[in-house]
Design a protein around this ligand. Sequence first.
Ligand SMILES: [Mn+2]
Length: 312
Amino acid sequence: MHYITRLNSNLIITYHPAVMKRELDIVVLSDVHLGTYGCHANELLNYLKSIKPGMLILNGDFIDMWQFRKRYFPKEHIQVIQQVLKMASRGVKVYYITGNHDDALRRYSDFSAGNILLRDKLILQLAGKTCWIFHGDIFDLFIRYSPYVSRLGGKGYDLLIWLNRSINKLRRAMGLPRMSFAKKVKYRVKEAIKFISDFEKTALQLAAEEDYDYVICGHIHRPIMRTEEVQGKKVTYLNSGDWVENLTALEYNWGRWSIYEYDETDYQYVNPRLFVKEVLEEDEDAVATRPSMEEVYLEIVSKPVSGKQASS
Ligand SMILES: [Mn+2]
């Protein structure tokens, strides 16, 4: 998705996404975790500024109230909130669905203010299909998981991400590729994998029992889209991922769902005035009349080449 228009062979303009917004029916985001070191607020801000959805669904853990510290809430995190409010004021319907890290809001569920609607879950009818949307932490009740996994949402995990970022800054300065600790810790552990698969299975199972066609969650920070047949019913499980590690969103447009993955190059803006025109190809006459090195030497030194032979 690059907004590139070729005006002529020498000039390429890359449009800033803010100028050309992508129109979408629905966008689902989850696990932004504003207020934590791990949150990629700048990237999310780029993404939000590049889209024009009819509906924006924040599917839980948008603001991390567990780790909410007054001393860590940087400018970019506030800008994300401002951008969402701006979108709401421009007519985008914003559903704020509560998660376990913003469960303090659950006591206000079903509160609405203009285009901003606070909910614990959302059911949508899309093209004759029923979509069941909620954060997914309720499955923690069903799935017994190891202390390793339960720690993933805690302070230690946030510290790990902070450490990971600091190390990556250093690695980048040394010209080394970035590495992800968090991903390693999370995915390399067998129990975590089992937890994820149990989570997905539970969601599919419950959705089939409740007669939903789609079940859309967040919580486990793993973007995916999978369709299974459960008890003779076709159910699709979707997960919007997160803005800590994966930088993903679910997009619904033209009657179908897709996973958007953030790509830095989509947001690079180069001022066309800064472009240097391509060097014109040398025409053969110019090459033929170009003086030899000896001639240039003579021009400068005015003495024949002696000793070392100048190469031509
Ligand atoms: Mn969660």
